[in-house]
Design a binder for this molecule. Sequence first.
Ligand code: PNS
Length: 160
Amino acid sequence: MATAICPGSFDPVTNGHLDVFGRAAELFEHVTVGVLINKKKSSLLTVEERIEMLRECLADYDNVSVDSFYGLLVDYCRDHEISAIVKGLRAVSDFDYELQMAQMNYRLTGIETLFVSTNPVFGYLSSSLVKDVATYGGDISGLVPDTVLNRLNQKLEISE
Ligand code: PNS
């Protein structure tokens, strides 16, 4: 069975990510959305909150599941018999780092990375920008799913 993973921090998931997941789901029999547990990076949302929101947003897909992982992505892929990594590329600025990671992952276990070109509508979108805009009261509707919009608004009001 051809299976893939879309890995990331998803703090929070954006409509750009969802576009990539949907396209991966058409190419592969099963897709895992893998949330990295990153103890070095501070995050706005807990891993549990991110997983909950991702599951809500992806409930309509029969062939997409959500999980978290810690450590090397290639180890998770080997342990779960995942044959490819799927990432979205927004612009040339993403390319250097993404290529480096793809080459390192290939060097480690021979796993392939496939890039999908992000829908230009979401070309400028990133989780960090969404957090920044939301933190200062900007409107992020249309950039993230409604469940994320509500959760972020609640979270930011509480922490103010
Ligand atoms: O959304 P992000 O934070 O840009 O995602 C980065 C991610 C999770 C894809 C990358 O940091 C990763 O794969 N981390 C797991 C640790 C690992 O395998 N590092 C070596 C990468 S070559």
